[in-house]
Write a new protein. Sequence first.
Length: 414
Amino acid sequence: MRIFKFGGASVKDAEGVKNVARVLQHEGTENLLVIISAMGKMTNAFEQIINNYFYKKDGLQDSIDFVINYHQEIINDLFEKDHEIYNKVNLLFGELSGFMVKNTSTDYNYVYDQIVGFGELLSTNIVSTYLTETGVNNQWLDVRDYIKTDTNYRDAKVNWGLTEEKINKNINISQLNITQGFLASNGDQTTTLGREGSDYTAGIFAYCLNAKNVTIWKDVDGVLNADPRVFTETELLNEISYTEAIEMAFYGASVIHPKTIQPLEQKNIPLYVRSFKDISNNGTCVGRGKKITPEVPCFIVKKNQILASISAKDFSFMVENNISDVFKKLHEYKLKVNLIQNSAISFSVCIEDKYNNFDTFYNDLKTNFNIKSYRDVTLYTIRHFNNDALKSIQKKGKSIIRQINTETAQLVIQ
């Protein structure tokens, strides 16, 4: 059994859908499960619907119409006017409207999960139907019937026992299966695995099905040593170890989702990152073996960070008891810590505020601590750094914090 995952960039328009079909026909469709994300930037578009639903009702219909028109344009380019796909898509938009009319919950995270997943349901229905239309037999699956989680909406934890049972009992591994990334369920309620969680979906299915390998199809040649949108010169990494991939994902490398590697490593399942634009390229293999080939510095950039410097009001040491208080608050407000540095009387953290909770955290903490914040800073991480790599980052602005160990250098740049 093989697992393929196609992200939003691969199905952003009709030509992208056609290219997915070409890739599958080239690679073979037997014993294959394909995971597909929402089309293009549709997750962002559905997030706009959610925000308008809660905060800006007068913009709600326009944001819905934008999503409808986007998908309508794609299916118009792929199908005849009277094709059944139009009914499928209309039914899904009817379900979306029905939820928004009937919903009484004011829990943003719950509502988010019930709405945002329509992006994946739409994309997989369109791709599955197009494949059938072009003679590629396949089975469309609702991933929510297979991956089961708790109710930690927007970042649900997988119930591995139940998930493995559902997958092994109900999926025909001899055929081509098409399903969604990112989504799961608890009972009848949709949950999600965290933003960009489709890679993790691939890891879950691979683990449960003892897959031969997983391939993530991207619009780049494979895992590069730097983001080509930020750095002008990049190199393809032909091979990296599971450990190296986890380190890079932890520090924020966007090619592989942080949770993806663990289930693959447990069963020694190779992960390939390949280009859907150039299928002749072998891309990058992630597995057991060398740390990294070739051995070059790897640059990871996290923008829109907040650096918070925290100290005790009584000028006492920042030690275990008060640092633990700070971490409890960071956990409570779901603030992701990307760097830690402490001295005798201060404790600094570079954090990511994806749930917009920092201001509440700040106001809560300042009751007992002095806290100073630097907003909109950038965290640069260099794996396997050298002096030239360090100098190139130091030229990008004022370094507020610099932290170096044997393998990794991190700099917070203002």
